[in-house]
Design a protein around this ligand. Structure first.
Ligand code: MG
Length: 230
C-alpha cells in the first residue's frame, strides 16, 4: 500500500490531463475501458452479433487519449479505421455500483473516435493473440473537449464524416448495453476511480481513413470533434 502522507516519487508521475469546455483545470485521466460490439448493426457488419448475455471490455492506455487536431497515421497498419463513440468521464468510483447509482458518478461526456488498426486486429484475432496493440497505440483515442454534464443522456444522434462524406450515423439509444448497465457491470470486475473513462462502442459504418483525411464527428447535445490524419 502507498502511504499517502509520505508520497514521494523517484521521478514525477505522468498524468494525462484533458481539456474541459469553458474550464481552466484539466480532467485527470485514469483507466480507459472500451466496449466492443455494443450496436447490433456494427456487430453485424463485423460478421458478428452483440453479446446479449454480457458486454465485453478492452482497454486503451491513458496515453492513447489526445485532443490534438493533427493525428499521425500510425505504424504497422495499412487499414486504419474510424469508430465514432460516446465517451463517458467519471468523477466518482466504486465497486458493485448499482445502475441507479451510476448517474452520481458521471462528470461528463465527449465525442471520441476509437482508432483501430483493423488489419492488425484481424491478424491477432486469427492467431488467437490479444489484440491490444491494434487499439491501444499512441493517439488512438482522439476526443473532443469534455462537456460537464452530470446526468444520463437520452437519444442523442451520433455521426461521423470523412472529408464531408457521411460515414456513420446512428443514435445512442441503439446501444445494446446503455451507460448505467455498462458501468454497473464493469464495476463488478474492477474498482472504478475518479478519472476513469469509458468508450461506449461504435455504430455501423466503420471504414478506412488515410493520410490527409479530415474527420468530423458529432453527438447532439454534447459537441463535435474534428481532426486530420497527417
Ligand atoms: Mg470501438
Amino acid at each position: 500500500m502507498t502511504d499517502n502522507s509520505h508520497m514521494e516519487f523517484i521521478f514525477p508521475p505522468t498524468i494525462r490531463g484533458m481539456k474541459v469546455k469553458d474550464e481552466t483545470a484539466l480532467f485527470p485521466i485514469g483507466k480507459i475501458y472500451c466496449v466492443g460490439k455494443n450496436y447490433a448493426a456494427h456487430a453485424k457488419e463485423m460478421g458478428s452479433e452483440v453479446d446479449k448475455k454480457e458486454p465485453f471490455f478492452f482497454s486503451k492506455p491513458p496515453q492513447a487519449l489526445t485532443q490534438l487536431k493533427e493525428i499521425p497515421y500510425p505504424t504497422k497498419t495499412n487499414n486504419l479505421h474510424h469508430e465514432v463513440e460516446l465517451v463517458v468521464f467519471l468523477h466518482k468510483g466504486g465497486t458493485n455500483i448499482l445502475q441507479e447509482q451510476v448517474k452520481d458518478l458521471i462528470f461528463g461526456y465527449a465525442v471520441g473516435v476509437d482508432l483501430t488498426k483493423r488489419d492488425l486486429q484481424n491478424e491477432f484475432k486469427d492467431a488467437g493473440k490479444p489484440w491490444d496493440l491494434s487499439k491501444g497505440f499512441d493517439y488512438s483515442g482522439p476526443i473532443s473537449e469534455i462537456i460537464r454534464r452530470e446526468k444520463l443522456l437520452g437519444d442523442e444522434t451520433i455521426t461521423l464524416k470523412v472529408n464531408d462524406e457521411l460515414r456513420q450515423s446512428s443514435n445512442i439509444s441503439l446501444m445494446e448495453w446503455d451507460v448505467p448497465s455498462l458501468i454497473s457491470i464493469l464495476s463488478q470486475q474492477v474498482t472504478l476511480k475518479p478519472g476513469d473513462v469509458i468508450f461506449t462502442g461504435t455504430p455501423e459504418g466503420v471504414g478506412p481513413i488515410v493520410k490527409g483525411d479530415s474527420i468530423f464527428a458529432e453527438i447532439s447535445n454534447i459537441g463535435s470533434l474534428d481532426f486530420i490524419i497527417v
